[in-house]
Design a protein around this ligand. Structure first.
Ligand SMILES: *Cc1c(COP(=O)(O)O)cnc(C)c1O
Length: 421
């Protein structure tokens, strides 16, 4: 380890003082505990509210009051074009071209929409490979897609589990399973960062293996987007989707996002369900028969943009743009490394960190698996103004996010944890 971390308050404060991202904390609103900001480690579950949201929301409301229908063109951010304001900033975050991304719907809806295009089972190629213990929504989506096509989930879904006694799934195990499934495989659909363990999978090589097998590769990036910089285009990923209320701080139920590689997005023969907002913009209002998909990921849109549900996204992406995803990642590696170092000083509590140690295999989340006492520890943390996240059966997840968490936050967490009997 190149950084000589120290488990002292002074060291943590020094780190904050030289952190160029430290001022970004000021842009967010923190819940209060006994008159002070809580120590918030739940940005992986629901990101904090940017202070600018309230102003921008008021602005949208007053544009509506002032312009009525004319707000479609006269509003500060004209509603007619509203979804266009996101593509460029999102593209930087996921490593794609502007036309390959779109802000629309919500995550699970996008997952279904994209699977309607990319899960087209036929003949002996009908299986979907996924990780065991995936987020429930993904499990339900994949199960019901398989049923919709008349297959039995028991037969059509290949689940990759960790080796016996292990907590993590090795990338090599996924790749071997893909090779083994060969021409029975229609789709590889995996969570980019596992929500429970915080493990980041090797998207590039998984995609390569999927393509070698003649299958598509898609990823649910709920826990990866805004957390780890990616290169979806260069990695040749076929499609991906995400939500915006976790690391992207865009509010509960905030608008989701989708990525489709341009070789598919620009292929009008690839089936997608149509709606007027996905149609070619030049003919959208001609009210003629015949769906003509526009170019890119935007052609998967159904409806006009839910503007009020996108205001916070707009505010938050501005902050991301100013901070820069690579600068955020640089701090994140250091901050999470520090948190891990501090946790390893604690030997009197029955937990192990199940998140991979290598920075390349994780984002900012650390998952602490408890033998017992997990729930008690969690409740004590909460009572002391530390917001972490509890996952059944016995995991505490913490996410020091680089946009608004500090080294001092990590130190405080450690101090409280060290004081628990
Ligand atoms: C948070 C999360 C979801 C949530 O789906 P919504 O459609 O936004 O409610 C789905 N999948 C994963 C992996 C998640 O982490």
């Amino acid at each position: 380890m190149s950084t000589p971390y120290e488990a002292t308050h002074e060291y943590a404060r020094d780190q904050d003082q030289t952190d160029i991202l430290f001022p970004f904390r000021e842009r967010f609103l923190f819940p209060q505990h006994e008159g002070e900001d809580v120590r918030y480690f739940c940005g992986n579950s629901l990101g904090l509210q940017p202070k600018s949201v309230s102003y921008l929301m008021d602005k949208e409301l007053s544009d509506w009051a002032r312009y009525g229908v004319e707000g479609h063109f006269k509003a500060g951010y004209p509603w007619f074009s509203y979804h266009h304001f996101f593509a460029e900033r999102l593209a930087k975050i996921v490593g794609a071209n502007k036309d390959e991304v779109v802000a629309m719907n919500t995550l699970t809806v996008n997952l279904h929409m994209l699977m309607l295009s990319f899960y087209r089972p036929s003949g002996k190629r009908y299986k979907i490979l996924m990780e065991a213990g995936a987020f429930p929504s993904d499990q339900y989506a994949i199960e019901t897609q398989v049923r919709m096509h008349g297959y039995d989930p028991e037969d059509a879904i290949i689940e990759i589990t960790p080796a016996e006694g292990a907590n993590l799934i090795e990338d090599a195990d996924i790749i071997n399973a893909i090779n083994e499934a060969g021409d029975s495989l229609a789709l590889v659909m995996i969570g980019g960062v596992n929500y429970y363990t915080g493990q980041f999978f090797d998207l590039e090589n998984i995609t390569k293996a999927a393509h070698n097998a003649g299958a598509y590769a898609g990823f649910d990036l709920a826990h990866a987007v805004g957390n780890i910089p990616m290169k979806l285009h260069d990695w040749n990923v076929d499609f991906a989707c995400w939500c915006s209320y976790k690391y992207l701080n865009s509010g509960p139920g905030g608008v989701g996002g989708a990525y489709v590689h341009e070789r598919h997005g620009n292929d009008p023969t690839l089936f997608r369900l149509g709606g007027w907002w996905g149609n070619d913009e030049k003919t959208r209002f001609k009210m003629q028969k015949g769906f003509i998909p526009q170019k890119g990921a935007a052609s998967w849109q159904m409806s006009n943009a839910p503007v009020f549900n996108m205001v916070a996204h707009n505010a938050s992406l501005d902050i991301f743009d100013k901070a820069g995803i690579d600068t955020l990642r640089e701090k994140s590696i250091k901050l999470t490394g520090y948190m891990e170092f501090l946790l390893r000083q604690i030997t009197h509590l029955p937990f192990e960190i199940i998140t991979p140690t290598e920075p390349s295999r994780r984002g900012c989340q650390l998952s602490m698996l408890f033998g017992d006492k997990g729930r008690e520890v969690f409740d004590t943390l909460t009572s002391k103004g530390i917001i972490a996240d509890w996952r059944e059966p016995n995991v505490i997840r913490i996410a020091p996010v680089p946009l608004y968490n500090t080294f001092e936050d990590c130190y405080k967490f450690y101090e409280v944890l060290a004081g628990i009997e």
